[in-house]
Design a binder for this molecule. Structure first.
Ligand code: WT7
Length: 568
């Protein structure tokens, strides 16, 4: 029997109070995610249960932690930060690979009432700068190998007081603002004064990219736990004896909502792998740890598909009980393939950094329609909004923007320092996702596409604006326009069109140089996979670059109305 049981019954009798009751939370009382994910589980008698099975680059690099360990280590990190002078609501950035310190650090930050700001460790100096600058971050916890990126931008970050290094060799000297913290040498500590955060106390700041302007800091609060707990229980169907694997990096919201908060608030054992992707090593990982529930992403699934059916047969994957996916369109072929090789489909789920928890999904026991994102989670009111009027459309199968009634616990509370942009996310009282879809007569959502120019490459959002701005910083580039182009595995990848400054000639060598420049400045995700040289960019009469035209060209689509295109 699945945790959700009958979807229809759950919808009929739904109240978030159910999660509040299970978590023994009452309105107005203290709610602290760090405490819920560690201390409370210990108090429930699971102190010796495994919380984390961690693997580094090789299977030999393995570490295991019980719930009592994660309680103790998060206390240690919390106490260390408090001693440094970190206070409630200060922003503390986590800038690390998927090492244990990242997971326990997040809980430690939350325990002292500070705000955790996780950032993807492959970010380059410019991506890092805009996010630390926007949040006026006070401290960053990182690894030695990432420190040089921080020093490059330190002059421009007056609020960043501490660079906390978790793996500093003893014989190396420290530079400006650097502090050493060695978690294992410090040892777990039994006590920490947990800050009495309330439902609306800020918890996390996750950055997401839009079409224009700098990335936006999505502010979440401790009350998000209510949604994250219940969606993990009902959609991912986690049970006491499960071994769960969420492949997402906590630099992105899936890696925190469902890679830390959801499973640990339920007292579930999870595995983490800090090695990169290969089909072989992923199957081995599942086999070795007897993974039962697996939450992954379409790009990874498509890569596994490409690696072939024979590879699957080499491993014993019979432990797998439930599979789920998120982040980008999960094509019907991938669902059908998964049914064929794993004996069960991937259950697609849909949500956003802003929503904080799963909004639409395929639930255990529900009929999966391959290619559909599923139905709204119980308690979520979703609609399709008419393009012209912005009002909900009542007939099925009509396309429009997905809108939600803004009332679930994990919804973002604002964009950090950017309330005006937050307010623009609403129309006629509906929260606008910016995604287009239809709903069929059975209530299933069918994703059509985004309503803006943001590129979703392998499940990661990249802003064309950010890449264009970074390209302009390269000495050879005069003008730039960035769009997506189709890709078999990643669905979309970044493509750049550039015009060159006098004295520069198009060449393959220059293309590689520019690509590398972006990879270092922004990230490997934002790096254009192709750069096309143009003599001139297509622009409107008012001088705006017509990305739409370039996009249509890449995707072989009708170009449409070009009447505003600049005359020759
Ligand atoms: C955007 C949100 C929170 C999950 C990780 C991404 C796209 C997400 C699906 C899906 C088609 C999807 C949407 C959404 N997206 N899930 N199942 N099918 N598209 O979070 O980085 O905030 O991205 O990812 O376009 O708006 P994010």
């Amino acid at each position: 029997m699945s945790n959700i049981g009958s979807y229809d019954e759950r919808v009929k009798n739904f109240s978030w109070k159910q999660a509040e009751n299970e978590l023994e939370y009452k309105e107005g009382q203290i709610i602290n995610i760090g405490w819920y994910c560690s201390d409370r589980i210990c108090e429930m008698g699971k102190a010796d249960k495994l919380a984390l099975i961690w693997e580094g680059r090789t299977p030999e690099q393995q570490k295991k932690f019980t719930f009592n360990d994660i309680r103790g280590y998060s206390n240690t990190i919390g106490a260390f930060l408090h001693e440094l002078g970190i206070r409630p609501e200060d922003r503390v950035c986590l800038f690390m690979d998927k090492i244990p310190e990242l997971y326990f650090g997040l809980l430690g930050i939350l325990k002292i009432g500070a705000i955790a700001q996780p950032l993807f460790s492959a970010f380059g100096d410019e991506s890092l700068f805009v996010r630390l600058d926007n949040a006026s971050t006070r401290a960053i916890i990182t690894q030695r190998k990432h420190v040089s990126k921080i020093h490059k931008i330190l002059d421009r970050l007056p609020d960043l007081e501490f660079i906390i290094i978790v793996d500093q060799p003893e014989n190396k000297s420290l530079k400006e603002r650097e502090v050493v913290f060695n978690m294992e040498a410090s040892g777990p500590s039994d006590h920490l004064d947990i800050y009495p955060t309330k439902a609306e106390s800020p918890s996390l700041l996750h950055y997401t990219s839009g079409t224009t302007g700098q990335p936006k800091g999505v502010k979440h609060v401790h009350y998000s736990l209510i949604s994250q707990y219940l969606t993990t229980k009902w959609v991912l169907d986690l049970k006491d004896d499960d071994i769960y694997w969420c492949t997402a990096d906590p630099g992105w919201v899936t890696g925190t909502s469902y890679g830390i908060i959801g499973p640990w608030s339920l007292g579930i054992t999870q595995c983490v792998s800090d090695s990169g992707f290969s089909a072989d090593s992923w199957y081995q990982f599942i086999d070795r740890h007897r993974v039962t529930v697996w939450y992954s992403a379409p790009t990874a699934i498509r890569s596994l598909m490409k690696a072939g059916d024979d590879l699957v047969k080499k491993y014993d994957l019979s432990s797998l009980r439930h599979l789920a996916s998120v982040g980008e369109p999960l094509n019907a072929e991938a669902v059908i393939w998964s049914q064929k090789v794993f004996g069960k489909p991937f259950y697609d789920t849909y949500w956003q950094t802003e929503t904080g928890s799963i909004m639409i999904g395929n639930f255990p026991g529900m009929k999966v329609k391959p290619g559909s994102m599923g139905k709204t989670f119980p308690g979520i009111t979703g609609v399709i909004l008419d393009d012209a009027t912005g009002e909900p459309i009542s007939e099925p199968n009509k396309s429009g923007l997905i809108g939600f009634k803004y009332d679930w616990p994990a919804r973002m509370r604002t964009y950090w320092n950017n309330e005006a942009t937050f307010q623009k996310k609403f129309k006629n009282g509906w929260y606008l996702t910016g995604d287009k879809s239809t709903i069929d007569p059975d209530g299933y959502y069918w994703f059509i596409g985004r309503d803006d120019d943001v590129i979703n490459t392998g499940g990661h959002l990249v802003s064309p604006f950010e890449v264009e701005s970074a390209l302009l910083e390269h000495e050879a580039v005069a003008e730039s326009a960035v769009v997506s182009k189709p890709d078999e595995v990643n669905m979309e990848v970044v493509k750049a069109f550039v015009t060159l400054n006098p004295g520069y000639e198009p060449s393959e060598e220059l293309e590689l140089k520019i690509m590398n420049f972006i990879r270092k400045k922004l990230s490997p995700l934002a790096m254009p996979q192709e750069i096309e040289y143009l003599d001139k960019l297509p622009k409107t009469r008012s001088g705006k670059i017509m990305r739409r035209l370039l996009h249509a060209q890449e995707w072989g689509e009708e170009i449409g109305d070009v009447s505003t295109l600049e005359d020759d």
